[in-house]
Design a protein around this ligand. Structure first.
Ligand code: AMP
Length: 405
């Protein structure tokens, strides 16, 4: 059992760093509450033990201190609804309109077992992102125990995500349930992968994915490259790619990655064919072509039917699957077939016993959109954090707790 599950929070005030950075529309309605839902089990376990909960988070990127637009007060009614869903308990959610200072301390001090206090946006203080020690210490004073459940910001060395841990003894700081399952899934793929291990990397730009590919060359057996970034690899090998997305300053990098993969016996799979379009538009004319022979004036916007089959076979033969980035412009119906097919293949391979981890904003959106989210082993809530983890970097939010003396 984990440290969190074993801990009895009775009569303790748990200060939890959550990632409530949810999208809001112009009426301040939450358009996707996944991040809030993901933190509920941790909160409920603490309340169930007879503890109380103080939640801290950032929301958006406020530039100049407190701004109504970025106030966490907009989240209070929905948080209350989520906490009381499916239970008779009526958990009150209090709100402090500052994350430190008199009102926050008084409200936190008077908090009773079973109550929840949400603090105002941490990023209203520039000290948060600077990882300011004095600010972290002020936050730490609010709770008896620190719980980090914000995997989405684990790659940031901010006051509330990492620095704060220094102000709690080893037995009074721990991961929450979400953070635990994120870390366990990522570690399983990174360090304990059953082979064959395929990494499916897609999305727009090679430049964003170079470090992850380099690190995965040390671990994966196969790397599938799809999406816009595949065309830089095609051109690097002498292919004709028409108007497809290409980073000309990364051609040499692409050639080097292919060379390194060869040397390490890692098989790089590029899409043999593409669905092409005469413009970047949902209603463009479309056709198919070999990915290395795309006619002038046309661009590859999705992997083609042969590539779908080629990639599906690799996925079905794998025991560990990591998927980051879509295979095409899946936001447009005409160009979503490749991403949908890959989502299906990952779900089928999971059914056959593979462990699959899907992470990164767009691939998560894709598995949700196509109805496969509950058919893969784990869907990560961390975009940038997951990417940095698989680039081989130590994440400050994880290190602050794991490496604590
Ligand atoms: P990223 O944020 O790098 O993971 O890229 C995701 C974006 O890449 C999505 O918005 C896709 O529409 C886009 N994308 C995927 N394939 C292509 C392509 N062949 N051409 C242009 N954009 C693409």
């Amino acid at each position: 059992m984990s440290q969190f599950s074993q801990h009895n929070f009775a009569n303790e005030k748990a200060l939890i760093r959550v990632d409530f950075n949810v999208p809001l529309n112009d009426k301040f309605e939450i358009t996707d509450d996944t991040r809030m839902r993901a933190a509920i089990p941790t909160i409920k376990k603490i309340l169930g033990d007879g503890g109380s909960v103080i939640l801290m988070s950032h929301l958006g990127r406020p530039k100049d201190g407190p701004t109504d637009k970025y106030s966490l007060k907009h989240l209070v009614p929905h948080l209350q609804k989520l906490l009381n869903e499916g239970s008779k308990a009526n958990t009150p959610v209090l709100f402090a309109n500052d994350c430190i200072g008199e009102q926050a301390y008084t409200t936190a001090g008077m908090l009773r077992s079973g109550e929840v206090l949400l603090l105002e946006n941490l990023r209203f203080y520039k000290e948060e992102e600077k990882g300011d020690k004095a600010f972290a210490q002020k936050l730490a004073k609010l709770g008896d125990i620190y719980v980090n459940d914000a995997f989405g910001t684990a790659h940031r060395a901010h006051a509330s995500t990492a620095v704060i841990a220094d102000f709690f003894p080893k037995d009074k700081k721990m991961f929450g349930l979400l953070m635990e399952s994120e870390v366990n899934s990522a570690e399983k793929v990174m360090h304990k992968s059953e082979k064959p291990f395929v990494a499916i990397i897609g999305g727009a730009k090679v430049s964003d994915k170079i470090l992850i590919i380099e690190n995965l060359l040390e671990r994966a057996t196969d790397i599938i490259i799809g999406g816009g970034m595949a065309y830089t690899f095609m051109k690097a090998q002498g292919g004709k790619i028409g108007n497809s997305l290409c980073e000309d300053d990364r051609l040499e990098t692409a050639r080097e990655l292919i060379k390194k993969a060869d040397a390490k016996n890692v098989c790089i799979h590029l899409p043999s064919d593409s669905t092409i379009a005469d413009k970047f538009d949902a209603n463009a004319n479309d056709s198919t072509a070999p990915s290395n022979n795309i006619p002038d004036g046309w661009m590859g916007l999705d992997i083609g039917e042969n590539a779908c089959e080629q990639f599906t076979n690799v996925i079905h033969n794998s025991k560990t699957i990591l998927w980051n980035g879509p295979m095409g412009v899946f936001e447009m119906k005409k160009f979503q077939h490749g991403t949908k097919t890959i989502a299906k293949a990952v779900a089928e391979a999971t059914q056959e016993g593979a462990f699959s981890l899907v992470g990164g904003g767009d691939s998560v959106a894709a598995v949700n959109q196509f109805g496969y989210a509950d058919k893969v082993s784990y869907v990560s809530t961390g975009g940038g954090a997951l990417l940095e983890y698989f680039e081989g970097k130590e994440l400050p939010g994880i290190a602050a707790i794991k490496n604590a003396k």
